[in-house]
Design a protein around this ligand. Sequence first.
Ligand code: FE2
Length: 348
Amino acid sequence: MTSKTYDGGMKSKAMLKLLAGLCLVAPLVGCTAVGAQEVRVYSGRHYNTDRQVFKRFSEKTGIKVRLIEATGISLVERLKREGSNSKADVILLVDAARINDAANAGLLQPAQSNKLKRNIPARYRDPSNRWFGLTRRVRSIIVNPKLIDPSTINSYDDLSKPELKGKLCLRKRKNVYNQSLVADQIVLKGQAGATAWVRSMVGNVKQPFFSGDTSLIRAVGQGKCGVGVVNHYYLARMQAGDNGKGDQELAKNVKLIMPNPAHVNVSAAGIATSAQNKREALKLIEFLSSPQGSQALAGPTHEYPLTSQGSSNVLKQYGRFTPDNVSISAIGANQKKAVQVMAQAGWR
Ligand SMILES: [Fe+2]
């Protein structure tokens, strides 16, 4: 768990005066007490590049951002433990499962904002206004074209074809990304349909289940698996060279297929129930959900912004995707059922 403050190197004289008088010489809590603006963000997004976006927000508004990072599960656990003593103003998490979890645990309070309604398509925000999607990720299919003809796979359904026996690799059941994919398919196919699909798909798996999307992509690149399912940005990172030369080379052996229609998930934020800086919290979420804010958050991590499809060369080669019509809240509501279906089918 790390904590860092970004004041964005504020340049205006008034702001410098304000900071010198109120913040820089006073401990943080005292600083808040005398009226300086700040917002504390508990983030499960473990991306260094988010710091630049917070800095930009600080420069624009004069509101300092204090960032506390942890993985999704431990962040929610920490917030539950802290209860009403929590110092969190904004909670930022990845995946429908985690943000719904936080909302159901009472960690988020509703926020009314026309800006948020304008910025965020309805399917990417909570119908009760407790959380708001900020960036998008696609659960995509990857193949090694030496082993599998990419033109034979267009949809998640194709992963259950008997021709793929022994060639499919999947990540472990406990990871939320596949839970959300199965929840999505339960909404689309009904429980019986989704169960049949999961059973056939798991029947195609020969290798032990993987513990990460990146290790799965490497296995496809090395020809240990013919086909797999991963979030698109893990491959994008490898292709862009973010993980180093070795992974960039391996990624050349991997082709990404955008399933049509695609299961789209989000990273999302909400105002903490315990927030002491509610106004600043709302301002930050509004900023992050704006076309510029969403693009700034999504760009460096190779995610997709809320309302457009990525413009980087890596994302362009994936082509455009068509999201299915399942809302993030519907995915959250079917998460438990999804885990049961997966366990019963032998998805370890
Ligand atoms: Fe991820």
